[in-house]
Design a protein. Sequence first.
Length: 412
Amino acid sequence: MREAETECNPVLIGSAPRTRRQALVKSAWVVIWFLYLAGPIGDLIDGGMSPAHELLGCAGLLTFVAVYFVVLFRHMAHRPVKNPVVRAAVTVIAALAVLLASVLGPNWLVLFTFVGVAVAVTQPFGVSRWAIPALTAVLVLIGMRYENVRAYLFAYALPCLLSGFAMVGVQYLIRTTQELRAAREEVARLAADEERLRLARDLHDLLGHSLSLITLKSELAGRMLPGEPDRAAQQVADIERVSRQALVDVREAVTGYRRPRLVVELAGARAALRTAGIMADIDPAVQQEHRGLTADGEGALAWALREAVTNVLRHSGAGRCEVLLTEEWEADEQRSLCLSVIDDGTGPPRGGSHDGNGLSGLRERLALADGRLETGPAPRGHGFALRAYVPLGSLPASGAANCPAEHSPPRA
């Protein structure tokens, strides 16, 4: 996962890593800031300390780094929780910062910046809004003891204050993003409920009159038998005609509801990928009209796009998803439209079929539209590729292009 959360949550704070690469990214995001520990490490390397101070510095710095890394990585790899252990760990590194800066010198004041970030990331705003200024005040009080740093004490205090409140802002942005995601899910649920209600109303309007007429004619035919068989037969014929028409109306209504549009599915796929933090690279041709594409073919491609994106979201662990729509000529001179959905995730399972229930059902849908489905590893060697083909009406070959698939030969 990456991109919509790249805008406001670049390392997926609060989300568990799904791949080793994501775990490494999270670890690197924590470790890179340890460059600011050059001052304390330089003090230890210089060797100007007494053995007791050097032992205190080494033990204290190692403990500080270990606790800080565990606290930050835990928060970035799991949903934030109110955990007394986390609060105790933050208290420990704050105490270490006070002790080491007081005993070992001004270079150790940088530890307060790390403590401020840890407070901002792991604690609610009600705690961090006073804890970060308090840490800065303690830093200033300790720094005033060292005459050689009083002139530029702000160089230690300002990063502590600003880094802490910057992370408070990041936390607020993350919470807002999570609430927005929940709101989108609720809107989608309400839209589905509204669609079901609309379908129920339309079916009632379609069937109410027909079923009432069938009931009336059935009662009338029953009264006419056995005395007036000819008139009863006429009523039965009317019942058959009304029933057939009602069946046709219902099929048309249900087909209209069930057949998705490619443009509509594309908008939903784009929103879903963005919400999941996956970068969507969508070919503009997907949003264009294609002459010769039948309603059944478009519906099959729309189902293919929906199924492919669902698999990317659920199973791939991808950071990027590419959607292409191109025309190609088959070996029998038949034009086809090819929808390709390619991700850079974990790829197909080894040693077995790639198809689950969803892909098997998709093959059947495409077969009904005289199309076909191809799945396999992505062309770049990692990830998964799904390609759905449906036939197009016979038109001049101008503008036809080859689908980016190694499986299908180009026009000779």
